[in-house]
Design a protein around this ligand. Structure first.
Ligand code: FMN
Length: 153
């Protein structure tokens, strides 16, 4: 087999059926307190990486320091219970679900919880319960654009 084709195939991890992918976004509580935010991010990553590995969850945490975007992928039961925990977490609020689908392919097969920081994620901070499906779709597209360097790397 052509070496390039082989490399491309190896970089795609086909996961077992029953995997779901969930992408949600939320607003950071008190974003101007940089020290507090730093501590929150460190705690979330440390706890999340250990816990996600244990539960066969992979994913990423993306932030522009005003919003969080979380990608979670894995077996349905742990993903749904993790999402309930996320909704109850007081370090953020205004959680909006951008995507919840079944899939066979993980976007982050090698990362329990990758971390990406960007300047701005257009359309995400403005989302609220009155946003239209088109607003949510636009926000989803801007999240995927922000994650692109990580996905290609
Ligand atoms: C934006 C955000 C993303 C988070 N992502 C994860 C995660 O991927 N995995 C995880 O275990 N906890 C994550 N957490 C922490 C959970 O909300 C919750 O605090 C933690 O799972 C509680 O764990 P426990 O019930 O075992 O004490 C996140 C919190 C926030 C605010």
């Amino acid at each position: 087999m052509d070496k390039l084709v082989k490399m491309a195939l190896e970089s795609i991890s086909i996961s077992k059926p029953g995997i779901v992918q969930l992408i949600c976004c939320s607003r950071i509580v008190d974003p101007l307190d940089a020290n507090r935010l730093e501590q929150h991010i460190e705690d979330i990553l440390q706890h999340g990486q250990a816990e996600n590995s244990r539960l066969e969850i992979t994913g990423a945490l993306l932030t522009d320091r005003a919003s969080f975007v979380q990608v979670l992928e894995g077996p349905i039961t742990p993903i749904e219970s993790m999402y309930s925990k996320l909704l109850a977490d007081e370090r953020h609020y205004g959680n909006e679900l951008l995507l919840y689908v079944g899939t066979h392919v993980r976007l982050f097969p090698r990362s329990a919880l990758a971390f990406v920081e960007v300047d701005h994620i257009p359309g995400v901070a403005q989302l609220n319960s009155r946003s239209t499906p088109l607003d949510r779709r636009r926000a989803y597209l801007s999240v995927m654009a922000a994650l692109r360097p990580l996905l290609l790397g």
